[in-house]
Design a protein around this ligand. Structure first.
Ligand code: SF4
Ligand code: SF4
Length: 111
């Protein structure tokens, strides 16, 4: 297991323990998934799901097993679809799962 995979696993475990998780579907019309900007994706997740996306470029990453795929038109994460939904929602990286769920990564829309 690479260092990136270990970190991702740790974040996912942290997410699993959160009791009251944010329901982004309640806010998506307003927030337009503004947190899904330029997000590093672990290479194994990217490789497994890259066929779900198109019109993207890969930004340079200082870490070898992390990919930063960006939609050519929106400049946002390539996994974000035109309806502001994540194409890999169930499999999204731990860092995405924690967004809006921990103090260090607050969501201004959460009520
Ligand atoms: S965490 Fe907040 S900004 Fe991000 S998709 Fe959910 S509601 Fe929207
Ligand atoms: S992987 Fe999904 S949740 Fe994470 S930034 Fe991209 S679209 Fe948003």
């Amino acid at each position: 297991m690479t260092r990136t995979n270990k970190i991702n696993k740790k974040l996912e475990n942290k997410y699993k323990k959160i009791k009251k998780k944010i329901d982004c579907s309640k806010y998506i019309e307003t927030c337009k998934a503004e947190c899904c900007g330029i997000v590093p994706i672990p290479l194994d997740i990217f490789e497994k799901h890259k066929e779900k996306i198109g019109n993207y470029k890969i930004l340079p990453s200082p870490i070898v097993d992390v990919v930063i795929p960006v939609n050519n038109f929106t400049g946002k994460c390539a996994f974000l679809d035109e309806n502001c939904k994540c194409a890999i929602y169930e499999h999204r990286p731990g860092v995405c799962k924690l967004q809006g769920n921990i103090m260090e990564m607050p969501c201004p829309y959460r009520s």
